[in-house]
Design a protein around this ligand. Structure first.
Ligand SMILES: *Cc1c(COP(=O)(O)O)cnc(C)c1O
Length: 359
């Protein structure tokens, strides 16, 4: 791809997202039949967009490329023989306030826009995002604010979307400033994939000033593969860390993308090396359109068990499933406590050895 002089300008990246079958065909010379039919059929149902930057990380020749699999729609996304055991009409948790999900007593999730720079094929909010691309209105924000003001058990606000960092610096600062006026809100978290798919967002000095002003903001990003941790992404992370804000990462376990211990080992190791803490490894939800990315939970646990001995504790995320119906996230662990006899416990250690432990 020819690099524009504006390549490093995030707004240019957003304006020049590839959103059409022709655009993708121009980059990928050899689309597979699954991809071609995906462009025809799946793209009608789920939005397609990719920044020129993230597209440039995809292999134009190899359909097995982990970046390519995250951005090019495939027929598998809508193939009724693949997308089974999921409910395409499942309702998301509705609350009295639009764009606010209050699941746990102490924290809420707010979705301030439906827009993302890139529409990930494995997105759990795939049914909603980008259809159409729209930020919440000031009136909708006021309703969220009023709800939070009244609910003093809420201590944390997770700002998500879509991707909240597609908003202007002014909008973002406005939301943060207003939310900070509510005394019982102590912790703010921003869920964003921009360090991965639009690192140029953090070349914007004015954004960095906003991040600094409202620090600590817990920035939670979404790297899935070591290939995504480019020099540009590292520069973005360094910029965020310099503003005094911690960076965490959530990975989704995806078949054919990162479902092996050595890929995840490399990813988590590289993240820690640049100062990012792996926070969650999510099991892929049974959402219509993403079932082809799912592994079994047994396979997930095997991978997690292999990572336990190989990687620093700093680099170990919590493997979790998100229960349907808004029932919450459940952490998963291989079985380490095998049995108890009297006061003697038997544990399996990271090497598979059974070790007794007396109380
Ligand atoms: C994931 C999630 C949270 C945050 O959960 P943590 O375990 O604190 O990361 C909060 N609200 C909703 C609705 C969520 O889905």
């Amino acid at each position: 791809m020819r690099r524009s002089p504006d390549w490093d300008d995030w707004r240019w990246q957003l304006r020049n997202r590839v959103k059409t079958p022709e655009g993708l065909r121009a980059y990928f010379k050899n689309l597979t039949e699954d991809e071609e039919r995906g462009l025809e059929l799946a793209a009608r149902q789920f939005p397609v967009a990719v920044t020129p930057y993230y597209l440039s990380l995809a292999d134009a020749e190899d359909p097995e490329c982990p970046v390519r699999k995250q951005v090019v729609p495939r027929y598998s996304e809508v193939d009724p023989s693949v997308q089974v055991n999921c409910d395409p009409n499942a309702l998301e948790e509705e609350t009295e306030v639009p764009h606010l999900t209050h699941r746990y007593p102490d924290r809420v999730l707010i979705t301030v826009t439906t827009m993302c720079p890139v529409y990930c094929r494995h997105c759990m909010r795939k049914r909603k995002v980008g259809k159409p691309e729209r930020a919440i209105s000031e009136e909708e924000f006021r309703r969220i604010w009023d709800y939070l003001k009244k609910n003093d058990r809420v201590r944390e606000v997770l700002i998500s979307g879509g991707d909240p960092l597609v908003l202007s610096n002014e909008r973002l600062a406005h939301y943060l400033r207003e939310l900070k006026k509510i005394d019982h809100l102590e912790v703010f978290r921003i869920g964003t994939r921009t360090p991965v798919i639009l690192p140029q967002r953090f070349y914007d000095e004015d954004l960095l000033k906003v991040l600094e002003e409202f620090s600590p903001l817990w920035v939670v990003t979404h790297f899935n593969h070591p290939k995504e941790l480019t020099e540009e992404a590292k520069k973005a992370i360094r910029a965020i860390l310099k503003t005094g804000n911690p960076v965490l990462n959530q990975t989704v376990l995806l078949k054919g993308v990162n479902d092996d211990a050595s890929t995840l080992e490399k990813l988590f190791r590289s993240l820690v090396k640049v100062g990012v803490k792996p926070y969650y490894l999510f099991h892929c939800d049974p959402i219509f359109g993403t079932v082809h990315f799912r592994t079994s939970i047994e396979d997930g646990l095997k991978i997690v068990a292999r990572l336990r001995g190989r990687l620093s504790g700093l680099a170990q995320p919590t493997y979790a499933v998100d229960l349907p119906g808004g029932k919450g996230k459940v952490p998963l662990q291989p079985r380490y406590l095998l049995k108890k006899e009297g006061n003697r416990y038997y544990f399996r250690n990271y090497e598979g050895e059974v070790v007794a432990y007396d109380l």
